[in-house]
Design a protein around this ligand. Structure first.
Ligand code: XMP
Length: 507
């Protein structure tokens, strides 16, 4: 076990993922985590992350000095390095020349940390302060043109520090350096993998849940699906999955969910509530009002179904690790984030505790686990899909007819993207049925069909996004097919706006 102590750096989760990628389990803890908790975890090593503060200012975060007494190797990165230098009496100050981006780093000392690392290699820098003088007892092991202490160490105290971000891909040999730290300095063996994790998690869940009953709202999204499959392995039919079909899923997606979970060792219940949802949506045109109507109805249906089951002991949630870390609770039991439910946590479901079996996993790990558990590839690699579903992709009033038209058009769009080999590079792709009808001519007849918009984006974080450069000939094929097969649609447009200023969804 490695603890990554978070000082607010933008790459803190990336550090944790890199460690796990090397087969070493790690957890992120806030820098305020008490030293007793860290000692109790018996870590093989500790990593201090970067952060936005200046180590020499009085209010800047510091680790508990007792951490240095644990006798466990510590690696400080960027702010973590500067804080370490400052705490041991070195000098940290504003650098005359800040460094941002790729920088050539020269190794200047013999150290296991740089074993096998080229004398000169490119590293990723991002700092305005620097260590101008290492503390007594520390030796400098790397420099750059503008940074006299790019790396330093005090092997007697097992302390290591780098000014650059070895966790970022741009640091050419960052992964080798991390490997050196974890394996040669901390003595990790690298035996953490998803297979082991699955076995130990199943054992843990069995022990925690015993013979009790668990209820899960299954949406068909990656997290709730993997959560269901994992719990099924652990407790079988003690798990009840309620899938509320609001009729706003993509083409035949509700059936696919039923197909997968209907044959799994769980109590699976599909609630066909389409008519109820369409009833609530009649006459509603404003996007937020639609979201609210769908969210509230979802909760209502779920609660009714839950009531029919009676008291359950646990409510399962598909919370994943980044949510836990972002909410500042690393290591502690997580808060329930409302976006995991279509409209918040049900208030009137009788349960005693919450179980969140994925709350130590990153998204890509959840996907690997899903594959291990035998879930279909399409489900595990499913793109993000909004809780309100097609309700916010049919502009204006949502009717069953419009949803049917959109489902078919959206399916053709995605199918042709697949055939053209374009899907893999897209973060999200979908069709939007606008309210705009336009005139066309088919044969000798005038048509007056809806305008369908196609949206495909690439993004790392969904906060910003670029529109995908889909080749014209692929767009042509999609357009021809949709217009040919769906008479209600008269015109196709491709959305070429980035986010910002536009959002990814149209509503
Ligand atoms: P926007 O449209 O805000 O979308 O650029 C960013 C990401 O969030 C998804 N999204 C939603 N997800 N409920 C959800 O669960 C919603 O109401 C909702 N609105 C947008 C969107 O699909 C994209 O992935």
């Amino acid at each position: 076990l490695i603890y990554v102590i978070d000082f607010g750096g933008q790459y803190n989760q990336l550090i944790a993922r890199r460690v796990r990628d090397l087969g070493v389990y790690c957890e992120v803890l806030p820098h305020t985590a008490p030293v007793e908790q860290i000692r109790a975890g018996n870590p093989s090593g500790i990593i201090f992350t970067g952060g936005p503060n200046s180590a020499y200012l009085p209010d800047s975060p510091q680790c508990d000095p007792a951490l240095y007494q644990l006798g466990v190797p510590i690696l400080g990165i960027c702010y973590g390095a500067q804080m370490m230098a400052h705490m041991f009496g070195g000098k940290v100050e504003a650098a005359p020349v800040g460094e941002f981006g790729k920088t050539v780093c020269k190794v200047v000392g013999e150290t296991p940390f740089f074993a096998g690392i080229q004398q000169e290699s490119v590293v990723w820098m991002s700092h305005v302060d620097y260590i101008s003088q290492p503390p007594a007892g520390f030796s400098v092991t790397a420099v750059t043109d503008n940074c006299p202490v790019a790396a330093m160490e005090c092997p007697e105290k097992k302390l290591y520090a780098v000014q650059f971000h070895l966790e970022v891909n741009h640091t050419q040999q960052g992964s080798e350096m991390l490997h050196n730290f974890l394996f040669d300095i901390c003595g990790c063996v690298g035996d953490w993998n998803m297979e082991n994790y699955l076995d130990s998690e199943i054992a843990r869940l069995k022990e925690r849940i015993g013979g009790k009953k668990v209820l899960l709202a299954l949406s068909g999204g990656v997290d709730s699906s993997v959560c269901a499959a994992l719990l099924s392995r652990a407790i079988g039919k003690q798990l009840t999955c309620i899938f509320v079909d609001h009729g706003l899923m993509r083409y035949k997606e509700g059936d696919a969910i039923e197909e997968t979970f209907g044959k799994m060792d769980v109590n699976f219940k599909r609630v066909n509530a389409q008519a109820r949802f369409f009833g609530k949506l009649a006459g509603v045109t404003e996007p937020e009002a639609k979201r609210k109507a769908i969210g509230e109805e979802f909760i209502r249906v779920f609660e009714e179904e839950a009531k029919a089951i009676g008291k359950v002991d646990f409510l399962a949630q598909g919370t994943i690790y980044p949510d836990v870390v972002e909410s500042g609770l690393g290591g502690e039991s997580a808060v329930i984030k409302s976006h995991h439910n279509v409209g918040g946590l049900p208030e009137h479901v009788d349960f005693e505790d919450i179980v969140e079996p994925l709350n130590m996993l990153f998204k890509d790990e959840v996907r690997r686990l899903g594959i291990l558990l035998g879930l279909p590839k399409e489900m595990v690699w499913r793109q993000p899909f909004p809780g309100p579903g097609l309700g916010i992709r049919v502009m204006g009033e949502v009717t069953p007819e419009k949803v049917d038209l959109l489902q078919k058009a959206d399916f053709i769009f995605r199918e042709e993207l697949d055939k053209a080999g374009e899907s893999g590079s897209l973060s999200q792709c979908f069709a939007v049925l606008t309210e705009q009808r336009t005139v066309g001519v088919v044969g000798d007849f005038r048509t007056y069909g809806y305008t369908l918009a196609l949206r495909a984006v690439t993004t790392d974080d969904f906060m910003t996004a670029d529109f995908a450069r889909i080749p014209y000939d692929v767009l042509e094929k999609i357009s021809t097919r949709i217009i040919g097969e769906l008479p209600g649609i008269g015109r196709i447009v491709y959305d070429v706006t980035t986010k910002p200023p536009a959002t990814i969804e149209w509503e």
